[in-house]
Design a protein around this ligand. Structure first.
Ligand code: CA
Length: 219
């Protein structure tokens, strides 16, 4: 999953980027409203973390402009727990919000819930054949045995699983699994797919030659 963080406080931005990448997200950043809006409109993010108080145009304006063209889930980071802000956020099209100072684990949990909701997946646990994916704990088991995945393998598996039954093109995977600084890793896609097959069974992921990959929901 690829996430954009729009935040002008360097320390906070740094910790959010680190936490997201450790959890296997591809994470891009923007430090002001214009750059945030530009990236949000230009790329297919799975979610956006949007600070309210930003230099240039503020978070509300970024959100209302973005909503004219895109429905990307937005989690607002606000410094004030005021009812007015909450109402304004929801009216402007925010999907959820957290109040600063926040616990990063809470941000991560809300982010996971947002991404699940936008994939119409209310439950955090997903069973496909003998594979069970727990998207809240970010753990995977095969026939009840824990399977150890790298953060990137997990990200790939989750994306394919949330789109099960559909063709996931290589372009979609490049757009959703790799961040703006990640170009050198993009040619490793085949390696990650091959590693997942070794761990979960060769038939778990189907290759649609020349097009991409899919997971059969009827496995
Ligand atoms: Ca700020």
């Amino acid at each position: 999953m690829r996430v954009l963080i729009v935040e002008d406080e360097p320390d906070l931005l740094g910790s959010l980027l680190q936490a997201l990448r450790e959890d296997g997200y591809a994470a891009d950043s923007a430090e002001d409203g214009e750059e945030g809006l530009y990236k949000a409109e230009s790329y297919e993010y799975d979610a956006i973390l949007l600070d309210v108080m930003l230099p240039g145009i503020d978070g509300w304006e970024v959100l209302s402009k973005l909503r004219k063209t895109k429905k990307t889930p937005v989690l607002i980071l606000t410094a004030r727990d005021a009812v007015r802000d909450r109402v304004k956020g929801l009216d402007t099209g925010a999907d959820d919000y957290v109040v600063k100072p926040f616990d990063i684990d809470e941000v991560l949990a809300r982010l996971r819930a947002l991404i699940r909701r936008s994939a119409s997946e209310a439950q955090p646990r997903l069973a496909i054949g003998e594979v069970l994916i727990d998207m809240a704990a970010r753990t995977v088991t095969l026939r009840g045995e824990v399977v150890t995945l790298t953060a990137r393998e997990y990200g790939l598996l989750e994306f394919l699983a949330l789109h099960r039954g559909k063709l996931v093109t290589r372009t979609m995977l490049y757009e959703h699994l790799f961040d703006e600084n990640d170009n050198t890793l993009s040619n490793l896609l085949d390696v990650h797919v091959s590693n997942l097959r070794k761990k979960l069974g060769h038939d778990f992921i189907t290759t649609r030659r020349g097009h991409g990959y899919s997971i059969d929901p009827a496995l």
